[in-house]
Write a protein of this length. Structure first.
Length: 149
């Protein structure tokens, strides 16, 4: 468990599918389901559009964690976008391990438009894991870049 600096709040980026996860997040908000406010969301038409460089850029820009969330397998509006995204996230997790970042800083989930409560649970879990891990070693605001190798 990492020691968290005083006043530190995690910076978590969520890249979410327009058709399912965004609608699920919207449902959670509309139903007033409580979840931590530590996530900043970017809506994309499909998680299949998420380039691994987007993830790496988020980390180099100071994100403490990244959540990618899309449609369940078989429900993608673009047929195979979520399959492609899942393969890419597996590769990015491997890359994170190789550069010394804990791969729990990246998570991919599948939340449908009717799963507002699940969205809240996913956000809560990602925030808790990020608190456990502490600030990213790339986060320049909380000290020098830690040696990763």
């Amino acid at each position: 468990m990492a020691e968290n600096p005083e006043g530190w709040q995690p910076r978590i980026l969520a890249i979410i599918c327009n058709w399912c996860s965004y609608a699920g997040a919207d449902l959670a908000g509309g139903a007033r389901i409580q979840y931590p406010p530590d996530i900043r969301a970017i809506r994309v038409m499909c998680t299949g559009r998420v380039d691994p460089l987007f993830i790496m850029k988020a980390f180099t820009d100071g994100a403490d964690a990244v959540l990618v969330s899309g449609c369940h397998f078989g429900d993608c509006h673009y047929l195979e976008g979520n399959f492609k995204a899942a393969k890419r996230m597996f590769m990015v997790k491997s890359l994170l391990k190789n550069i010394g970042l804990d791969d729990r800083r990246l998570r991919m989930t599948f939340v449908s438009a009717s799963e507002g409560a699940k969205w809240a649970k996913v956000v809560e879990d990602v925030v808790n894991v990020t608190h456990e891990l502490g600030p990213s070693p790339f986060n320049k605001e909380y000290g020098e870049l830690k040696e990763l190798v």
